[in-house]
Design a protein around this ligand. Structure first.
Ligand code: PLP
Ligand code: ZN
Length: 422
């Protein structure tokens, strides 16, 4: 059973049939939003019964997802990580939610949870969107799937496509960290490294997709991606026993992740799984914060330079500003910008107080929480969830920048004694 009813344009309200190859609004080019029969879901599903489900992946929430039925077993095709014929997919989702006592007190917060999405198969939250893209691409009969990305959408698409036996064309800006490019190459993607900004990269990919007719996994263009990303909110809610935190902190680039998080909580609210909504904390880099600037100044957004070490959120021209701005405003959200130094410091903090290795954009949410507490934007007694969106192994150069160099020494015990005492 699939509870999708329609796709609605967020700009003009035009309604579209939810075909698997949907992109943007046929009338105005606006971004589409997938809608569900929430009454139907409510009748079919009880939040208390969720604990009996043994599918520990994003497909655990299949009633809330745009996926169909399996011809042989009758349940959702992609509902389970079961290594059999048609289900040799990577296991995406059900990442841990850690209650971090020491980190909380370091930040001056009563309760802080870290949701570590860096443990996904290709080591970022983007796997949730890419796994969904693969399902819809298969449904649409596509053989080749393409996207442009600052890096993680690319590597996650390449990995999830490889698991599904699909071919990929991936466009990344030349600046993409080596770890992400290495992933692409290992997963067998056709990699096109573009000499230009993310904006240039995006434009070239859009032209190529148009010319070759590939399935489009570009952020904000394909409305199903957000349906995958929202599963992170379902997990947070379930892992907290369906009790909402006061705040959820998310690092923001194109704005798809924060919109996905909001969509997930709203879906749960609509179906009565939760009785209140959290406030979003939108965290961007000072050197690239078009979305937060628009909120802070109460105006429309305007492009910015892409000036930050956090490559995954170095997005000067956000692809999904409308949904992101809506999400932040609707949630009565907080916006906060952090410097590259504050991001590096949050990487050390996560690593040293909890053993979590985050890439710069992965630690940006936590950097924002720290600063928001320090500046009094959020209360000391709040319950906060901070999303770690990607693993530090993807960007070792910046990890070394955060953490410094090791002690280099001749293999001599006397020398070692001297150094360790010092
Ligand atoms: C993509 C990404 C983000 C931001 O998501 P947007 O949808 O671009 O706002 C944050 N952190 C990491 C690690 C990412 O890969
Ligand atoms: Zn429209």
């Amino acid at each position: 059973m699939n509870y999708v009813t329609k796709a609605v344009c967020v700009k003009c309200g035009a309604e579209h049939k939810p075909t698997p190859d949907l992109t943007t609004c046929e009338k105005c080019g606006g971004i589409l939003d997938i809608r569900y029969d929430y009454d139907g879901i409510r009748r079919a599903l009880d939040p208390l019964a969720m604990k009996d489900r043994t599918d520990y992946s994003m497909w655990r929430y299949r009633e809330f997802l745009p996926i169909g039925n399996c011809a042989s077993c009758g349940t959702s095709v992609h509902h389970s990580y079961v290594p059999d014929a048609d289900r040799h997919r990577l296991r995406v989702g059900w990442s841990p939610l850690y209650k971090t006592q020491r980190l909380a007190s370091e930040l001056g917060l009563k309760t802080l949870y870290i949701k570590d999405d860096g443990i996904n198969p290709t080591a970022s939250l983007k796997d949730r969107a890419s796994a969904m893209a693969i399902v819809k691409a298969k449904e649409a009969g596509a053989k080749v799937i393409a996207c442009s990305s600052t890096g993680n959408a690319a590597s996650s698409l390449a990995g999830n496509a490889a698991a599904a036996g699909m071919e990929t064309y991936i466009f990344v800006p030349e600046r993409a960290p080596k770890g992400k490019v290495a992933q692409l190459l290992v997963f067998g993607a056709h990699v096109i490294s573009v000499k230009g900004s993310y904006e240039d990269t995006f434009r070239l990919s859009a032209e190529a997709i148009e010319e070759y007719g590939w399935y489009n996994r570009n952020a904000a263009i394909n409305p199903y991606l957000m349906e995958g990303k929202k599963t992170v909110a379902f997990e947070i809610a379930e892992q907290l026993g369906w009790r909402m935190p006061d705040y959820v902190a998310v690092s923001v680039g194109d704005g798809c992740t924060i919109s996905g998080v909001w969509k997930g909580f709203k879906d749960l609210f609509e179906t009565g799984f939760i009785d209140r909504l959290p406030r979003l904390i939108s965290v961007q880099a000072e050197g690239c914060c078009p979305i937060n600037r628009a909120i802070a100044e109460g105006k429309g957004w305007t492009p910015m330079e892409e000036n930050t070490i956090a490559d995954s959120i170095a997005v000067g021209v956000p692809r999904n500003p409308d949904k992101a701005l809506n999400a932040i405003r609707e949630s009565n959200g907080v916006v906060i910008n952090v410097s590259d130094d504050e991001i590096l410091s949050a990487m050390r903090l996560l690593g040293r107080s909890y053993g979590i290795f985050a890439e710069p954009a992965g630690a940006t949410g936590t950097a924002g929480v720290k600063k928001a507490v320090e500046t009094g934007l959020i209360e000391h007694d709040a319950t906060v969830v901070s999303l770690v969106t990607g693993s530090g192994l993807k960007d070792v150069a910046n990890a070394m920048k955060a953490a410094g160099e090791p002690l280099l020494i001749e293999p001599d015990m006397d020398l070692l004694r001297e150094k360790i005492k010092a």
